[in-house]
Design a protein around this ligand. Structure first.
Ligand code: CA2
Length: 147
């Protein structure tokens, strides 16, 4: 069975490509999905893309990843800066997790410097736009032992 990478995207990322291209780029989430899936296929993984505007749904997806995935890519979007629930779900997840941000939150407003996700993930990629998702797949391919 093909091993699954679960790519989980948080609030408002369904609007990518429609507004604020100077910050988030011109690609839609569907464009990013295709780029990341192509890279995953090269490494023998199946990439499953998810997006939710709801914090609880993201916790559910992380819990589901315990049994249905071998690695996770997470852009928690605004919940990065607020969510103890996602922090706790990540803490109980025994899988490699790469945090991705299209922009570089550390170079933006002060409130984006608070990060509840970074301390409980394997690694983080920020500020590289859509390419960050492709790099996250590459990173997972090096971290996940071949079966
Ligand atoms: O840079 C990132 O990927 C972020 O996770 C994006 C979040 C932001 O709250 C984080 O600080 C950094 C916001 C996603 C909003 O996406 C939009 C896309 C198009 C139009 C409006 C918002």
């Amino acid at each position: 069975m093909t091993r699954v990478i679960s790519c989980i995207n948080g609030p408002n990322l369904n609007l990518l490509g429609q507004r604020e291209p100077e910050i988030y780029g011109r690609q839609t989430l569907q464009d990013i999905e295709m780029m990341a899936r192509d890279e995953a296929t090269l490494h023998g993984f199946d990439l499953q893309m998810h997006q939710s505007n709801s914090e609880g749904a993201i916790v559910d997806l992380l819990q589901a990843a315990r049994t249905n995935a071998v690695g996770v890519i997470l852009n928690a979007a605004a919940y990065t800066h607020t969510s103890v629930a996602i922090h706790d779900a990540l803490k109980s997840l025994d899988l490699p997790v790469i945090e991705v941000h299209l922009s570089n939150p550390a170079a933006r407003e002060e409130f984006r410097s608070t990060n509840f996700i970074g301390p409980v993930v394997t690694g983080s990629i920020a500020g590289l736009g859509a390419a960050g998702y492709v790099l996250a797949v590459k990173a997972l391919a090096t971290l996940i032992p071949s079966s």
